[in-house]
Design a protein around this ligand. Sequence first.
Ligand code: AMP
Length: 281
Amino acid sequence: MEIVRDIPKLKETVKKVRAEGKSIGLVPTMGYLHEGHLSLLQAARSENDFLVMSIFVNPIQFGAGEDYEEYPRDLERDRELSLSDGCDLIFYPEVRDMYPEGYSTFVEVEGLTETLCGASRPGHFRGVTTVVLKLFNLVSPHRAYFGQKDAQQALVLKKMVEDLNVDVDLIIKPTVREPDCLAMSSRNKYLTPEQRKEAPLIYRGLEEARKLFREGERDAEQLKLKVKEIISGSEEALIDYVEIVETRGLQPVKEVRQECLLAAAVKFGSTRLIDNVMLEV
Ligand code: AMP
């Protein structure tokens, strides 16, 4: 497995791989790998001849006062973890190569990026779509793998690929959870032991609301109340949002009469965690 920092070297390598008629799978990450990332690598490994993982903490998707500087970084740890999944190449670019002086082009998906995390983190998705399109152009993958944990991100990227006619298949894999059902996240590392104990309340809240939904409750306000009530069982949790949106335009609904996403963002101290479940009619 090779670690490539240099953009021309990456392009040359993938060009050769393509010329040999091999398929390329791409798993974009910000590193500090956990089982969620590894599940994407495993899926990509089984479906492609050549597997590229990118590790890049993308500055333009972080807002002012967010955790760009503190975001955990450990290339050696990531390299070892990804070895077992047979990654062929880790692309580990430098910020100054991805965004050289004078860089001025950005990708913006309208509509879908205005609710949920888009409302709390202005500019976040513009940073995500820009870097992911750059990665697609650099790696030319046949398939790219993303997690349902970031459900809004997955839908925004699907829309970008559709709207801009990008020739890549997006594959979305289920959320991988800790034994107590907390969604795995590189940010879980920031939690204090007390916060870590309470963080599974997010998923418990979402699941309890889904149970109510399955029992027939269709009123979005009632379902959201249930989630908030359970999360409020934690003294440390500060709810950013609990929202129910339809899965096409990500617009909030009053009644759940079509497939919807029940999503939450919760802060424990300065650590912001997100999670979601689907409400299927
Ligand atoms: P990140 O490094 O946090 O940017 O995540 C890289 C990719 O891994 C994204 O497509 C995420 O949606 C995905 N991912 C993160 N956490 C999980 C998880 N717990 N289960 C499945 N996929 C995940």
